[in-house]
Each structure stands twice: as structure tokens, then as C-alpha cells.
Design a protein around this ligand. Structure first.
Ligand code: HEC
Ligand code: HEC
Length: 442
């Protein structure tokens, strides 16, 4: 069983049940969304109904459960693995041109994004870099969810021809040939195999676009490929251990909810201006944002077609319907030989929905915490500003392909400005030791 999912559902259910327990509540369908604000005459506390208060509490950072372990990664909460992962995250030697690291596109001072519509590594990618903050709570990774764990995700950019640009034997050698990395790795994962025979372990080999490296990989014995895969998977597990520590801190919005729950009106007014609070009311009500951006990280961790126009000059992006297929087939998935999970731990993958028109051009719902710092927006940076995003939701255009999950909102310019003002109240410093925001000191 994938604990994190159940924790999420549990939290969600708690919210749902709490709201249903309120005597004034109207019926809310459990299959569509958590309780949204119900316009009614029910009793209010400091301007909010019981239903609304339950909803606000469900968005509050304090409602985020402790991060559950990832059963597929036995090293996910190992502090030494996290140090190794942090080192790799910032080290440009793990790239074909010696100039690209994870931090090239996931920059700590940009909330772990890069400010570009399409990211730039060794070449140009086809999508934009999402943040990695709080991402460990997610059951699926990438905009199309083509990986089912954070460690499997990390291996993707390493082998992408346009991101890090190299291949798995190159990375294994880079690690094994460096005495510091070797010591760190062996202290966690045990002895590295002897990779010195380059006829068995070529400098460059892997299932990648580069034909020479690909042919060299095919020529290796299955046992040697397995040895390399194990090292490569462990690198991913170490990177995930590092990333699991990167969490958002409380924002003005959270201070507002805390004040509301304390019944402290003065503190509420200090936390949010009138316009910001009005924007919050729209967010959970008329603007229906909460249908998808819910829970303390403002994401339902699911996939939706939000009718986003295709990126200029790009082919149609099929999103989740292709991504889920890849996740199911990936050798590093929860059920694969490099996962530490038992079969029963992989329910998320085993029962993943793989067919259905709602998956066509559906993309992962991104977190909205610190959204002010993550422009441009959407999977290929289609919108430069939050105002453009809100204008898009207000009109809910016909999607390039598939079935849109949006409905037109018909909000006034003033209301859109209030919504935007509210989104600004989700900004906050990271809740992490600053030492994690740069390469580790040796
Ligand atoms: C060249 C820029 C680039 C580099 C280098 C890069 N990434 Fe990314 N990252 C991206 C882009 C673009 C996406 C989204 C791609 C997609 O969805 O198809 C992404 C997605 C992710 C995600 C998924 C987030 C989510 O919401 O699901 C994580 C986590 C991540 N990267 C971590 C890493 C790690 C770890 C490394 C280093 C091993 C790395 N990235 C290297 C650009 C980059
Ligand atoms: C039907 C589900 C759904 C609803 C309702 C919804 N969103 Fe989204 N939101 C998404 C998805 C999916 C994406 C990513 C879409 C893409 O890249 O194609 C997204 C992306 C965003 C982004 C871009 C974030 C980033 O980092 O790129 C913002 C901002 C945003 N939504 C705000 C809102 C607001 C405000 C509302 C209410 C007016 C809202 N959303 C309603 C699903 C939804």
C-alpha cells in the first residue's frame, strides 16, 4: 500500500466528514471534490460558514500530514543518502557537457524552477520545469505522471538527450572514479562492483537516444547491465532522499487560517487585506479553483485537461494518457526489480487508470504555494503572468484536444484582481535548513 496516498485520502476524508458532520451542510459529492463553499444562511464565525472553515482548514499548511515513507525507496529517509543526493543534485559533472546539474533548471532561489517557458539543459526541453518543493507527497511525477516515484523520476533527466545528456555507465563511472563519492556511496549502499574493465563497462552506454551508447548498452551482458542499473537506481534514491526534505513554509494565508481558528479577528486582518480575503472567498467558491487545487499543497495530485493552448510551434501534447503508459512500462517503477517495495505497496501503479478520454491532454495539477515565484505558467510556460492564467480560467476556451475540465467563470476584472491578490498570499520562505539550498560543504 502506498502510504502517502492513503494519508492524503485520509486527510481529505477527515475534511469531508467534518464538513458533513456540520448540521448546516448540504450534500457534497465525494467523487468530485472536497467541500466547496456553500452560499447559504448558515451561521458564520468571523465571516465564514462552518463549511467554509472546514475547507480553509483543509488548505492550511498545518493540515499537511507528516511525510509518509516511500516503500519503493528504502533509503528515502536516510540522512547520508540525502547528503549524497544533495551533492549529485548540484554537481554538473553528471552531464555530457559538464555544465548541467538538476539545479540548472531547479534553482533554489527561484523556488526550484528556472523562469523559462521551456527549460534549457544540454538542449531545449519540450516542457517547463515544475517546482520540486513539497513534491514528495505526490504519487506521480512529471507533468504527465510518467514516473511513479521520486527516485525513478530523477533518472529521467539524467538520460534525456536535452537535459543532462549522458548515460548510465557514464554516471556510474563518474561516481565510482571519485574517491569522495565512492566512499559516501559505499557507506550507504555497500561495495560498488569493479567497473574498471571498460570492455565490459564502456565509458558511455545506456538505453538512450545516442546510437553509439545505445548499441554499447545492448552489447553488455544482462548481469553487467543489472549491476549498472542498480548503481543508477541508487543514485536516484539518494537524490529523492535529498528532495524529500524540501518543504514549503507557512504563508500569510496560513496565518489567516490560524487566526480564524483562534477566533482572533485582529490577527486575521493583519494576515490578509480585504481584497486578499475576498480573493480567497472566490478561490474556494465562485471561481471553483478548489475543485483541483485543494489540500495543504493546493493540488489534488491528479491530472486534468485545463484547456491550455499548445505551446507555440509544438506538436499536440497528449499528457497523461501517454504518461501513464510509460509509468506502467518503466523498469524503475514500484513493481520493478530495483524497487524496495512489496507488491502490495504498489496499489497506485497497479490500479492506475490507463484509459479514458479525461486522460487526453490532461496534466498534473501543480501546487500553488509560492506560485508568484514560478512564472511562466503551465506545462510549457504558455502564460507569462498570473493575470493571463486567470483570464484563461475566466474564459475556459475549447482545448486543443480532448475534453476540457473547465467551465467559464464570468468573473469581473475586480474579482480577477482579488483572486490574483489572494495567490500572492501563498508566498513564503522554504521550511528548510538553508544548508540544503546549495551544494553540501565537504
Ligand atoms: C534541463 C532542465 C532540467 C534539468 C537539468 C532537470 N530537470 Fe527536473 N524537470 C525539468 C522539466 C522541464 C520538467 C517537466 C518535464 C515533463 O513533465 O515532461 C521537470 C520535472 C521534474 C520533476 C517532477 C515534478 C513534478 O511536479 O512532478 C522533478 C521532481 C524534477 N524534475 C527533479 C529533477 C532532478 C532531481 C534533476 C536532476 C537529476 C532534474 N530534475 C534535472 C527540467 C529539468
Ligand atoms: C479542472 C481542474 C482545475 C481547476 C478547476 C483549476 N485548475 Fe489551475 N491548474 C490545473 C491544471 C491541470 C494545471 C496545469 C495545466 C497545464 O499545464 O496544462 C493548472 C495550473 C494552474 C496554474 C499554473 C501554475 C504553474 O506553476 O504553472 C495556476 C496559477 C492555477 N492553475 C491557478 C488556478 C486558479 C486560480 C483556479 C481557479 C480560477 C484554477 N487554477 C482552477 C487544474 C485546475
Amino acid at each position: 500500500m502506498k502510504l502517502k496516498i492513503y494519508a492524503g485520502i485520509l486527510l481529505w476524508l477527515t475534511v469531508f466528514l467534518t464538513s458533513c458532520a456540520a448540521p448546516e451542510s448540504t450534500a457534497v459529492s465525494p467523487t468530485t471534490s472536497p467541500p466547496t463553499a456553500v452560499p447559504s444562511t448558515e451561521t458564520t464565525t468571523l465571516g465564514w460558514t462552518n463549511n467554509e472553515i472546514a475547507t480553509l482548514k483543509s488548505l492550511w499548511l498545518d493540515s499537511l500530514p507528516d511525510l509518509p515513507p516511500d516503500p519503493s525507496n528504502a533509503y528515502g529517509d536516510n540522512p547520508e543518502a540525502a547528503v549524497l543526493g544533495q551533492q549529485i543534485f548540484f554537481d554538473t559533472r553528471f552531464s555530457s557537457n559538464g555544465r548541467v546539474s538538476c539545479a540548472t533548471c531547479h534553482q533554489p532561489d527561484r523556488y526550484f524552477t528556472d523562469g523559462l517557458p521551456l527549460s534549457q539543459g544540454v538542449g531545449q526541453t519540450g516542457r517547463g520545469a515544475p517546482t520540486i518543493v513539497g513534491i514528495a507527497y505526490s504519487p506521480w511525477f512529471f507533468w504527465d505522471g510518467r514516473r511513479d516515484s521520486q527516485w525513478a523520476q530523477a533518472l529521467g533527466p539524467m538520460e534525456s538527450a536535452v537535459e543532462h545528456g549522458a548515460n548510465r555507465t557514464f554516471y556510474a563511472h563518474t561516481l565510482a572514479d571519485d574517491p569522495d563519492y565512492r566512499a559516501l556511496y559505499e557507506a550507504i549502499f555497500g561495495p560498488l562492483p569493479d567497473l574498471s574493465d571498460r570492455s565490459r563497462f564502456p565509458d558511455s552506454a545506456g538505453p538512450v537516444e545516442d546510437e553509439t551508447a545505445n548499441a554499447a548498452w545492448e552489447a553488455m551482458s544482462p548481469a553487467d547491465r543489472d549491476a549498472i542499473n542498480r548503481i543508477f537506481a541508487n543514485m536516484g534514491k539518494a537524490i529523492a532522499a535529498y528532495e524529500r526534505q524540501i518543504m514549503p513554509g507557512p504563508a500569510s494565508f496560513d496565518a489567516y487560517v490560524a487566526a480564524l481558528l483562534d477566533g482572533d479577528e485582529a490577527a486575521m486582518q493583519t494576515a490578509l487585506t480585504e481584497d486578499e480575503a475576498a480573493g480567497l472567498r472566490l478561490f474556494i467558491g465562485e471561481a471553483k479553483c478548489i475543485r483541483c487545487h485543494n489540500g495543504p499543497l493546493f493540488t489534488n495530485n491528479s491530472f486534468h485537461n485545463a484547456a491550455v493552448p499548445a505551446a507555440e510551434g509544438a506538436a499536440l501534447d497528449m499528457g497523461r494518457i501517454k504518461g501513464v503508459q510509460e509509468a506502467v512500462e518503466n523498469e524503475f517503477n514500484c513493481l520493478g526489480p530495483y524497487s524496495d517495495a512489496g507488491k502490495d505497496d504498489c496499489a497506485e501503479l497497479r490500479y492506475a487508470k490507463v484509459m479514458g478520454q479525461e486522460l487526453i491532454s490532461a496534466f498534473k495539477v501543480p501546487t500553488l504555494r509560492n506560485v508568484v515565484k514560478t512564472a511562466p505558467y503551465m506545462h510549457a510556460g504558455q502564460f507569462a503572468t498570473l493575470a493571463e492564467v486567470l483570464d484563461h480560467y475566466n474564459h475556459a476556451p475549447i482545448p486543443p484536444i480532448g475534453h476540457s475540465d473547465l467551465v467559464p467563470l464570468n468573473l469581473s476584472d475586480g474579482e480577477l484582481a482579488q483572486l490574483e491578490a489572494f495567490l500572492h498570499t501563498l508566498s513564503s520562505p522554504l521550511a528548510v535548513n538553508p544548508a540544503l539550498l546549495a551544494p553540501p560543504e565537504n
